[in-house]
Design a protein. Structure first.
Length: 153
Protein backbone atom coordinates (compact mmCIF):
# COMPACT_ATOMS: atom_id res chain seq x y z
CA UNK A 1 0.00 0.00 0.00
CA UNK A 2 1.37 3.40 -0.93
CA UNK A 3 0.56 6.80 0.60
CA UNK A 4 -2.17 7.56 -1.95
CA UNK A 5 -3.91 4.26 -1.18
CA UNK A 6 -3.70 4.86 2.57
CA UNK A 7 -4.98 8.40 2.07
CA UNK A 8 -8.04 7.09 0.24
CA UNK A 9 -8.66 4.47 2.94
CA UNK A 10 -8.38 6.90 5.86
CA UNK A 11 -10.24 9.87 4.39
CA UNK A 12 -13.71 8.29 4.58
CA UNK A 13 -13.68 7.76 8.34
CA UNK A 14 -13.77 11.41 9.49
CA UNK A 15 -16.53 12.31 7.05
CA UNK A 16 -18.81 9.34 7.68
CA UNK A 17 -18.03 9.36 11.40
CA UNK A 18 -19.28 12.93 11.71
CA UNK A 19 -22.69 11.93 10.38
CA UNK A 20 -22.98 8.98 12.78
CA UNK A 21 -21.68 11.04 15.67
CA UNK A 22 -24.15 13.86 15.10
CA UNK A 23 -27.07 11.44 14.89
CA UNK A 24 -26.05 9.63 18.06
CA UNK A 25 -25.32 12.89 19.89
CA UNK A 26 -28.67 14.46 18.98
CA UNK A 27 -30.54 11.32 19.98
CA UNK A 28 -28.59 11.17 23.25
CA UNK A 29 -29.38 14.82 24.02
CA UNK A 30 -33.09 14.37 23.23
CA UNK A 31 -33.35 11.18 25.29
CA UNK A 32 -31.05 12.54 28.02
CA UNK A 33 -28.83 9.47 27.70
CA UNK A 34 -25.31 10.27 28.85
CA UNK A 35 -24.04 6.96 27.47
CA UNK A 36 -25.12 7.93 23.95
CA UNK A 37 -23.67 11.42 24.31
CA UNK A 38 -20.37 9.92 25.45
CA UNK A 39 -20.48 7.44 22.56
CA UNK A 40 -20.80 10.36 20.14
CA UNK A 41 -17.88 12.10 21.83
CA UNK A 42 -15.71 9.02 21.34
CA UNK A 43 -16.76 8.87 17.67
CA UNK A 44 -15.72 12.51 17.25
CA UNK A 45 -12.35 11.83 18.90
CA UNK A 46 -11.82 8.90 16.50
CA UNK A 47 -12.78 11.21 13.61
CA UNK A 48 -10.09 13.65 14.73
CA UNK A 49 -7.48 10.88 14.92
CA UNK A 50 -8.44 9.46 11.52
CA UNK A 51 -8.38 12.95 9.99
CA UNK A 52 -4.85 13.39 11.32
CA UNK A 53 -3.88 10.05 9.74
CA UNK A 54 -5.44 11.26 6.49
CA UNK A 55 -3.43 14.49 6.66
CA UNK A 56 -0.23 12.55 7.37
CA UNK A 57 -0.68 10.53 4.16
CA UNK A 58 -1.73 13.55 2.12
CA UNK A 59 1.77 14.73 1.17
CA UNK A 60 2.72 11.31 -0.15
CA UNK A 61 -0.54 11.10 -2.07
CA UNK A 62 0.11 14.56 -3.52
CA UNK A 63 3.50 13.49 -4.84
CA UNK A 64 2.01 10.41 -6.47
CA UNK A 65 -0.90 12.16 -8.21
CA UNK A 66 1.27 15.03 -9.42
CA UNK A 67 3.60 12.46 -11.02
CA UNK A 68 0.50 11.21 -12.87
CA UNK A 69 0.07 14.67 -14.37
CA UNK A 70 -2.66 16.01 -12.10
CA UNK A 71 -2.76 19.81 -11.78
CA UNK A 72 -0.94 21.13 -8.72
CA UNK A 73 -3.65 23.81 -8.38
CA UNK A 74 -6.34 21.15 -8.00
CA UNK A 75 -4.35 19.35 -5.32
CA UNK A 76 -3.48 22.60 -3.56
CA UNK A 77 -7.15 23.63 -3.34
CA UNK A 78 -7.97 20.27 -1.74
CA UNK A 79 -5.05 20.62 0.67
CA UNK A 80 -6.16 24.09 1.81
CA UNK A 81 -9.72 22.91 2.46
CA UNK A 82 -8.42 19.84 4.29
CA UNK A 83 -6.26 21.98 6.58
CA UNK A 84 -9.28 24.08 7.55
CA UNK A 85 -11.34 20.91 8.09
CA UNK A 86 -8.57 19.50 10.29
CA UNK A 87 -8.64 22.61 12.49
CA UNK A 88 -12.38 22.16 13.02
CA UNK A 89 -11.84 18.50 13.88
CA UNK A 90 -9.12 19.42 16.40
CA UNK A 91 -11.61 21.74 18.10
CA UNK A 92 -14.33 19.08 17.90
CA UNK A 93 -12.02 16.44 19.37
CA UNK A 94 -10.92 18.69 22.22
CA UNK A 95 -14.51 19.72 22.97
CA UNK A 96 -15.46 16.04 22.97
CA UNK A 97 -12.74 15.27 25.49
CA UNK A 98 -14.03 18.17 27.60
CA UNK A 99 -17.57 16.81 27.24
CA UNK A 100 -16.51 13.35 28.36
CA UNK A 101 -14.76 14.84 31.36
CA UNK A 102 -17.79 17.01 32.20
CA UNK A 103 -20.13 14.01 31.96
CA UNK A 104 -17.91 11.82 34.12
CA UNK A 105 -17.73 14.59 36.75
CA UNK A 106 -21.49 15.25 36.33
CA UNK A 107 -20.71 18.91 35.82
CA UNK A 108 -23.79 21.15 35.54
CA UNK A 109 -22.44 22.70 32.31
CA UNK A 110 -22.11 19.31 30.55
CA UNK A 111 -25.29 19.92 28.56
CA UNK A 112 -23.95 23.23 27.25
CA UNK A 113 -20.82 21.46 26.05
CA UNK A 114 -22.96 18.96 24.15
CA UNK A 115 -24.77 21.79 22.33
CA UNK A 116 -21.47 23.42 21.41
CA UNK A 117 -20.24 20.06 20.13
CA UNK A 118 -23.37 19.66 17.96
CA UNK A 119 -22.80 23.06 16.34
CA UNK A 120 -19.09 22.37 15.81
CA UNK A 121 -19.83 18.94 14.32
CA UNK A 122 -22.40 20.43 11.92
CA UNK A 123 -19.75 22.94 10.83
CA UNK A 124 -17.42 20.00 10.29
CA UNK A 125 -19.99 18.19 8.14
CA UNK A 126 -20.43 21.27 5.96
CA UNK A 127 -16.66 21.56 5.49
CA UNK A 128 -16.38 17.82 4.85
CA UNK A 129 -18.58 18.19 1.77
CA UNK A 130 -16.13 20.63 0.22
CA UNK A 131 -13.05 18.65 1.25
CA UNK A 132 -14.48 15.37 0.00
CA UNK A 133 -15.64 16.85 -3.28
CA UNK A 134 -12.34 18.60 -3.96
CA UNK A 135 -10.48 15.37 -3.20
CA UNK A 136 -12.77 13.34 -5.44
CA UNK A 137 -12.29 15.81 -8.28
CA UNK A 138 -8.57 15.08 -8.32
CA UNK A 139 -9.05 11.70 -10.01
CA UNK A 140 -12.74 11.66 -10.88
CA UNK A 141 -13.04 14.03 -13.81
CA UNK A 142 -16.71 13.20 -14.20
CA UNK A 143 -17.61 15.18 -11.04
CA UNK A 144 -15.70 18.34 -11.91
CA UNK A 145 -17.63 21.49 -12.82
CA UNK A 146 -14.97 22.46 -15.35
CA UNK A 147 -12.30 20.55 -17.20
CA UNK A 148 -8.88 20.81 -15.57
CA UNK A 149 -5.91 20.70 -17.86
CA UNK A 150 -3.26 18.22 -16.80
CA UNK A 151 0.25 19.53 -16.35
CA UNK A 152 3.06 18.09 -18.41
CA UNK A 153 5.51 15.99 -16.46
Amino acid sequence: MNQAHLHMVFNHFPIIGLFFGIGILLYGIIKKQTLLVNTAYVIFIVCMIMAKATMMTGEGAEDIVEELGISHDLVHEHEELAETFMKVLYVLGLLSILGLFANVKKHPKAVIVSYIVVVTAIGGVILSKFVGTSGGEIRHTEIRDTEIIHTDS
